[in-house]
Design a protein around this ligand. Structure first.
Ligand SMILES: Cc1cc2nc3c(=O)[nH]c(=O)nc-3n(C[C@H](O)[C@H](O)[C@H](O)COP(=O)(O)OP(=O)(O)OC[C@H]3O[C@@H](n4cnc5c(N)ncnc54)[C@H](O)[C@@H]3O)c2cc1C
Length: 416
């Protein structure tokens, strides 16, 4: 079943009886060539590219809950490629380019909206840092514009420019950045993978790994043993717990990140705004709700809900930046489990176990990485070599001291 404008018209005229489920619900087979653990964005994208781009078959995605029940369905949907370091920027720009063609490629409306992201700066030093970052972005083929205060005022006149503590001096704008509908992305990749023969198996938790002679043989699950030649783990916030079952201790801590949505308002924020002095970012959804968030909860947790002190902290950030937000009522909030790596950058690598691969450490920025992460992980699984844009995301960089410390805060997950 292909989606198109004509199809929508035909279904509208015939009582919408022709729509089919987006994927099958198959029983697990005894063995696969590739098993992907985790049916979030990264796991589903990996399976999709393995089948579509790398011509692989006999692939299964094993998901302990339902597809999209993790962070892929909980994030604030921001996509961007405004990074500084050479290990990161080309990868995120590759992801941005994949976003730009994604909906045509997998024939699904993921509501990719290039509405722009504006990072505000509040001091001369921060402006210099943004200028450097913008230049690094341009060198990697991304777009970047430095705005002065008047430029920001023309876009968002309602911001609090004269806040004595954090006056807004300007901002770094990436026009090609924006938002995408998070669960639409999961469904699009799931449907695309299923169409190419990938078995998407829900309610199937991986409870252990069968490793013999230093090589992977398969996985133990709540639906029985399943053999595999290669296993790729992409379980985000559960990475520490799952890899422990393979005898590995990761340089990752799990923390909660919360998100918030206000009641629906008339359109007032065209793009995404981030507050460069507090940790607060905001955009407006197509339904009119202000979607915003801030810091992680700052203590280790596997709970998918957060605590009140961070709610207060985020709202304070919002009030400092745009006092009008105080008139809006908060409608909903929720939390997801972040796989916070020790330098704030991800891991896409093989492990010491032959045939066992790891995709993790996305912290609170893995949604924008979904296409490139899936592509690069599929490349690694299919060819045994890292993709050109992901060569720095090695697991042993923490042992070698070759960190990709984008924020310059060292091994401090609570500060990234
Ligand atoms: C509130 C919030 C806001 C965010 N905002 C942004 C943003 O604006 N922009 C951005 O780029 N990123 C953002 N992120 C981060 C982004 O959502 C994540 O980095 C990314 O989704 C993680 O990859 P994933 O989609 O594969 O993870 P998930 O969707 O969490 O997928 C992992 C899956 O593994 C499954 N699993 C776990 N254990 C097992 C097991 N033993 N067996 C089988 N399956 C298992 C889980 O059930 C889950 O479905 C945000 C996250 C949150 C929570």
């Amino acid at each position: 079943m292909r989606f198109s404008g004509l199809r929508v018209i035909k279904e509208a005229l015939t009582g919408h009886r022709g729509w089919k489920p987006l994927w099958r619900n198959p029983e697990p087979k005894p063995e696969y060539d590739f098993i992907i653990v985790g049916g979030g964005g990264h796991g589903l994208a990996t399976a999709y590219y393995l089948a579509s781009t790398f011509g692989q078959a006999r692939i299964a995605v094993l998901e302990k809950g339902w597809l999209g029940s993790g962070n892929i369905g909980r994030n604030t949907t921001i996509i961007r490629s405004n990074y500084l370091l050479p290990g990161n920027e080309p990868f995120y720009e590759f992801s941005m380019k994949l976003w730009e063609g994604l909906e045509q490629e997998f024939n699904f409306n993921a509501m990719v909206s290039q509405r722009g992201i504006l990072n505000l700066c509040h001091s001369d030093g921060q402006r210099d840092a943004f200028r450097r970052r913008g230049n690094a972005m341009l060198l990697a083929g991304a777009d970047a514009e430095l705005l002065d205060q008047d430029g920001v005022r023309a876009m968002y006149p309602f911001l609090n420019f004269d806040n004595a503590r954090f006056p807004i001096k300007g901002g770094l704008l990436q026009r090609r950045a924006g938002t995408a509908r998070h669960d639409g992305v999961a469904w699009g990749y799931a449907r695309g993978a299923d169409l190419r023969g990938v078995d998407l198996i829900q309610n199937c938790e991986v409870t252990g790994f069968r490793i013999e002679g230093g090589a992977i043989r398969g996985v133990e699950t709540t639906r029985g043993y399943i053999g595999a030649k290669k296993v790729g783990v992409a379980v985000a916030g559960s990475s520490g717990r799952v890899m422990q079952k393979a005898g590995m201790r990761l340089p990752i801590e799990s923390h909660v990140l919360q998100a918030f949505v206000s009641e629906g308002l008339k359109p007032c924020i065209d793009g995404v705004i981030t507050f460069g002095a507090g940790h607060f970012y905001v955009s407006q959804s197509d339904k009119g709700g202000l979607v915003f968030g801030g810091d992680i909860d700052g203590y280790n947790s596997y709970a998918q809900r957060g605590n009140l002190p961070v709610v207060e902290d985020v709202i304070e950030g919002g009030m400092a930046l745009m006092p009008m937000i105080g008139r809006a009522r908060l409608l909903r909030s929720w939390g997801g489990i972040m796989d916070m790596s020790m330098d704030g950058s991800p891991i896409i690598d093989a492990t010491d176990v032959d045939g066992l691969y790891l995709n993790a450490g996305w912290c609170y920025g893995g949604f924008k990485a979904t296409p490139a992460s899936g592509y690069a992980f599929a490349h690694l699984l299919a060819t045994g070599r890292p993709h050109d844009t992901a060569t720095a995301f090695r697991l042993d960089r923490f042992r070698r001291g070759a960190l990709i410390d984008e924020k310059g805060v060292g091994a401090q997950p609570n500060l990234h």
